[in-house]
Design a protein around this ligand. Structure first.
Ligand SMILES: O=C(O)CCC(=O)C(=O)O
Length: 257
């Protein structure tokens, strides 16, 4: 990664990197991730019967705990090194992974900020978002409000129609440039900060948008008192057995370098 890319990330709060892993490698990871995800998916309602969140994607989390081949992907040092370099920290810990598969006809992902969900005392948090198949803009490309991370967490807004409405207006009022790739190859990746406001379009294709994500935070971060019901759930699920005030260094949050 170049200094220019690091500066770009600091300015924009997001960055697209091409060919983070090569096509033959991603094909192997794809098989493991899609199989693990399929085993873990519990959603069985047709799209029409789901709410906005449910229409956005099929979501399965911490796949690394269920499959050793997926663990190899999630623990990939190269990803963690990029995350640490972009955050400007020495080491990162795993927060959790998640597969986000947007179905054909799946709805948009509302504008939101990830950090709203995370009971951590740092803004040094980052998500890697990597398509496992080639995707184009009509399949639900991740889309960022460049520079929006500088305002911190704007409001107490879970992913919803409300977050979409309020944050779309905030992005417009503040004239943040809206940025997205026209297409991404399997193995390309975007990285974004926990405070960067982002969204994704609907999937207008007839193919599944298979994306794997890994979320990292700076080593040394502490657990904070949960500010909302989602942070409480996150604390109990992803940071267990640590408590508010303690270092976030539990067994589910290994250092990845
Ligand atoms: O994949 C999507 O549609 C949304 C992903 C997202 O919001 C994230 O990874 O933070």
């Amino acid at each position: 990664m170049t200094d220019q890319q690091r500066k770009q990330f600091d300015a924009d709060g997001h960055l697209l990197l091409r060919e983070v892993i090569e096509a033959d490698e991603i094909a192997v990871h794809r098989r493991a991730i899609t199989e693990a995800s399929r085993r873990l998916i519990t959603e069985d309602r047709p799209l029409a019967e789901r709410d906005t969140y449910g229409k956005a994607f099929l979501q399965t989390m911490n796949l690394w705990l269920h499959d050793d081949a997926v663990k190899t992907f999630v623990f990939e040092r190269k990803f963690a090194d990029i995350a640490a370099a972009l955050l400007g920290v020495e080491k990162v810990r795993l927060y959790h992974d998640q597969a986000l598969f947007k179905e054909p006809g799946g709805g948009p992902t509302p504008w939101h900020q990830d950090q709203y969900y995370w009971p951590l005392d740092t803004d040094r948090t980052i998500t890697m978002w990597m398509p496992l198949v080639d995707i184009d803009v009509g399949m639900g490309m991740l889309t960022f409000a460049a520079g929006s991370h500088r305002g911190g967490v704007v409001d107490d807004l879970a992913i919803s129609d409300e977050s979409d409405q309020i944050l779309a207006k905030y992005v417009k009022d503040n004239s943040f440039p809206v940025a997205r790739a026209e297409s991404m190859k399997a193995g390309d990746a975007t990285f974004h900060l926990g405070t960067t406001i982002h969204t994704a379009g609907e999937n207008r294709s007839n193919r599944l948008r298979e994306v794997m994500t890994v979320i990292y935070f700076a080593d040394g971060a502490r657990v904070t008192e949960p500010r909302n019901e989602h942070q409480l759930a996150d604390l109990e699920t992803w940071l267990t057995p640590r408590n508010p005030g303690e270092l976030a260094d539990g067994p589910l949050n290994p250092i990845l370098q």
